[in-house]
Design a protein around this ligand. Structure first.
Ligand SMILES: C[S@@+](CC[C@H](N)C(=O)[O-])C[C@H]1O[C@@H](n2cnc3c(N)ncnc32)[C@H](O)[C@@H]1O
Length: 250
C-alpha cells in the first residue's frame, strides 16, 4: 500500500478532472433509481475524498472509509479547510463494520473494492445491505472487467506546482484459476529536483460481467439496475471506458 501513503502525489496523479460532472451523474442516479431521499453518503476506499467538496456544496453529509491513515488525514484536512460536514473512518473494507451507521448511498470509485474471492464479495454485499437504507443505492465504478482479453496497463504524467508525477498502473496476474491479481501502482516523482519511486500493490480478484450478475442475484439483498459508461445515462454501453454498476438495496 506504499502508493497510498503519499496522498499529495496521489492527488496529483489521480484527482478527477471534473468532479461536479460525476456527482451530477450520482444525483441523476438517485433521482432515477433511489427509493429513499439521500442525505448520508459513504465512500469506500475514500483516499483523498475527491468528491467531498461537491457533496458538501450540495448539502449531503459525507463519510469516507479508508485503510491508510495518511490518506484519511489528508482528506480530514481538506474537510477542515472547506468547512465540510464530513466524517472519516479508519478501517478495512474487507471487514466492514455492520454498525458503521445508516447511509442512503454507498459508492466505490476506480475499482477500489479489494475483495479477493466470490465468498468475500458475497459477504461484502451482505455488509453493505446492513449499512444501506432499504431502497438506497450502491454504485460501483470500474469494479467489473469488461475487456476480457485486455492487458490492464496504463501510464500517464501529471504536473502541479513544480511537482511531476509519472504514474504506471498495471494488473499482475497472481492465480488464473482463482482470478486473483495484484493491482500495481507506481509513482515516479520529481519533487523540485528530488526524485523518488513509490510502489504499491494491493491484491484483488477479477470479476467478469456475468459472474457479477450471478453473485448479486445470489446475494438476494440487492437488485441490479444496470451499468453505465463513463458517468452518463445517454452514452452507449461498450467494453472500453469506466462502467458504473448500480445496485439497489431490497
Ligand atoms: C485507487 S485509491 C481510490 C481513492 C479515491 N476513492 C479516489 O477515487 O481517488 C484506493 C484507496 O483504497 C484504499 N484501500 C486499499 N485497501 C483497502 C481496504 N482493504 N480497506 C479500505 N481501504 C482500502 C487505499 O488506501 C486507497 O486510498
Amino acid at each position: 500500500m506504499e502508493a497510498y501513503q503519499y496522498p499529495y502525489y496521489y492527488e496529483i496523479a489521480l484527482a478527477p478532472g471534473a468532479p461536479h460532472r460525476e456527482v451530477d451523474f450520482f444525483e441523476a442516479a438517485i433521482e432515477k433509481f433511489s427509493r429513499v431521499s439521500v442525505r448520508r453518503v459513504l465512500e469506500l476506499g475514500a483516499g483523498t475524498a475527491p468528491y467531498l467538496e461537491e457533496w458538501c456544496k450540495r448539502g449531503y453529509a459525507y463519510c469516507g472509509l479508508d485503510l491508510s491513515p495518511a490518506m484519511l488525514e489528508y482528506a480530514r484536512d481538506k474537510a477542515r479547510r472547506i468547512g465540510a460536514a464530513a466524517s472519516f473512518v479508519l478501517g478495512d473494507m474487507r471487514k466492514l463494520d455492520r454498525n458503521l451507521g445508516r447511509f442512503e448511498l454507498v459508492y466505490v470509485l476506480l475499482g477500489s473494492l479489494y475483495v479477493r474471492s466470490n465468498a468475500e464479495f458475497l459477504d461484502h454485499l451482505d455488509r453493505i445491505a446492513d449499512l444501506l437504507a432499504p431502497g438506497g443505492l450502491y454504485l460501483l465504478d470500474s469494479f467489473v472487467w469488461f475487456r476480457i482479453f485486455h492487458q490492464y496497463k496504463r501510464s500517464w504524467v501529471r504536473r502541479k506546482a513544480g511537482v511531476v508525477v509519472r504514474t504506471r498502473y498495471r494488473a499482475e496476474l497472481l492465480d488464473a484459476i482463482a482470478q486473483t491479481y495484484d493491482e500495481c501502482l507506481t509513482f515516479t516523482v520529481n519533487d523540485h529536483g528530488r526524485v523518488a519511486t513509490i510502489d504499491g500493490r494491493v491484491p484483488a480478484k477479477v470479476f467478469f460481467p456475468q459472474e457479477f450478475l450471478s453473485l448479486v442475484e445470489r446475494s438476494e439483498r440487492h437488485e441490479f439496475l444496470g451499468w453505465y459508461n463513463d458517468f452518463s445515462f445517454s452514452a452507449s454501453l461498450r467494453p472500453e471506458g469506466r462502467h458504473i454498476a448500480i445496485l439497489r438495496r431490497r
